[in-house]
Design a protein around this ligand. Structure first.
Ligand code: SDX
Length: 429
């Protein structure tokens, strides 16, 4: 017996179907609401109570701090898997066999080069260009070099080629945007390296000197990329889905996602956290003063890296990153005063009624910047790292939306403007 929700409108009663997910989440299916009730819609700014789709990719339980990719707990994947294994899992639904993984990684390795003509784009950007602006433009520009990608429905082989090209080229584009900022010569990918090592090579090697791979740094980066790989229907993923729902190509859909991630309320928070910690450090390190500011409604200051739309408990990723922070800084012999400030800030905030009653806990961005800083990633590249990590999730969500034949996204509205009025030219205002 399927459940229904009953509503009364204008003296009439209506029944709406209730759907239940595999983790017993329930939702009221309102897809027939407007037609069935003579025009009623629902209103939910920010979609805080609205599901946009049914998805089999990632499961979040915000109350209990649970995150699973295709059923696998994030804690196990972060500890045992490689980033490309997790990418394969998210995109194709199952962990790869050793043969499937070999085929996948070989394909990615063979597509890491970027068309030589794209180098001219980098040279045109000013040194102070934010790498997220470069990355979003470059990813969209890939569609101009691979016109066969313009049709998202061209069948599995063509779709896989477009997907593999993007996964392979994003680290190259990211590293080149960093080299552009330094006005250093770009470094080409080297097929002897794995995915994470190749990124570090392109970021830090020079034509005159190799980058010496530190296994601690490679492992930390692999973990960070896995922790960022997907997060169900967040702002940037919803952007990828809605752009992709018009059947725009994958590159332009992902470029839109990169732009959405850039915002300081979303992926840009990891850069904003470090800038906040540096501001507190430069102000003498008085964390109590800044917690008071964060609670003051008349003050625009917010505690960056704190709070989350879904997690009303600890973000499980933050727990893993916080532990990795101590481990990586200890192994690298880095003593970062910002980590001490972060821990003090976290302690003060978690004991404060304002944060407790609003269930505001550190999120994935609170500690990630400290590790990126310790492994030499410049602050302006932090959100680029988030984008590299999130790419497989964006692709998986786009692919699921296309393959499920979901309709073009087009929300309704409640109009609150002027009622009908006649035109009079040059009315005296
Ligand atoms: C990511 O969605 C995802 O899954 C995102 C993400 C992913 O993996 O894709 O997890 C990645 O984006 C993490 C979030 C990174 N952003 C930040 O760290 C920026 C700081 N955080 C806030 O801006 C905020 O917490 C959000 C944007 C994350 C969530 O905002 P919501 O859900 O819209 O909540 P809200 O703004 O309505 O806040 C509820 C209350 C408000 O106070 P009241 O009006 O009830 O009095 O909590 C307060 C807010 O003022 N509040 C904060 C706060 N966050 C919320 N107060 C001070 N500092 C904060 N950080």
């Amino acid at each position: 017996m399927s459940e229904t929700a009953k509503i009364e409108l204008d003296g009439k009663s209506y029944e709406l179907p209730v759907i239940e997910g595999t983790e017993k989440e329930k939702g009221i299916d309102i897809s027939k609401l407007r037609g069935g009730t003579g025009g009623y819609i629902t209103l939910d700014p920010g979609f805080k109570n609205t599901g946009s789709t049914k998805s089999a990719i990632t499961y979040l339980d915000g109350e209990n701090g649970i995150l699973r990719y295709r059923g696998y707990p994030i804690e196990q994947l972060a500890e045992k898997a490689s980033f490309l294994e997790v990418a394969y899992l998210l995109i194709y639904g199952e962990l790869p066999s050793s043969q499937e993984f070999e085929t996948f990684t070989t394909s990615i390795t063979n597509h890491t080069l970027v068309h030589e003509d794209m180098k001219q784009f980098f040279e045109a950007y000013p040194a102070q260009a934010h790498p997220m602006g470069i990355l979003a433009s470059m990813v969209c520009s890939l569609s101009t070099f691979y016109p066969e990608s313009l049709d998202p429905d061209r069948g599995p082989e063509a779709k896989d080629l477009t997907i593999h090209r993007l996964i392979a080229k994003l680290p190259t584009l990211a590293a080149w945007s960093y080299k552009n900022a330094l006005r250093h010569p770009i470094m080409y990918p080297n097929n002897k390296y794995d995915y994470t090592q190749n990124f570090l090579h392109m970021m830090y090697a020079m034509p005159t000197s190799d980058y010496e791979m530190d296994p601690v740094i490679v492992s930390a980066l692999n973990t960070l990329l896995i922790l960022h790989a997907d997060h169900e229907q967040n702002c940037s993923t919803s952007t990828v889905r809605i752009v992709g729902s018009s059947h725009a190509n994958l590159y332009s859909s992902i470029s839109a996602g990169i732009n959405a991630l850039w915002g300081p309320l979303h992926g840009g928070a990891n850069q904003a956290v470090i800038e906040m910690l540096e501001k507190i450090a430069n102000d003498g390190g008085d964390v109590d003063k800044w917690v008071v500011k964060a609670k003051d409604k008349s003050d625009s200051f917010r505690l960056m890296g704190f709070g989350h739309r879904v997690y009303k408990n600890f973000d499980p990723r933050a727990t893993i990153i916080k532990k990795a922070c101590d481990d990586v800084l200890d192994k690298l012999g880095v003593d970062d005063p910002l980590l001490d400030i972060a821990k003090k800030l976290e302690k003060v905030a978690l004991e404060d009624e304002y944060f407790k009653e609003r269930n505001l806990y550190p999120n994935v961005d609170f500690y990630s910047g400290i590790i990126y800083k310790a492994i030499g990633i410049p602050t302006e590249m932090f959100t680029v790292m988030f984008a590299i990590g999130r790419l497989p999730g964006w692709i998986a969500q786009w692919k699921e939306m296309i393959e499920n034949g979901e309709p073009i996204g087009r929300p309704r509205q409640i109009y609150t403007g002027e009622n009908e009025r006649d035109y009079v030219q040059f009315q005296d205002r």
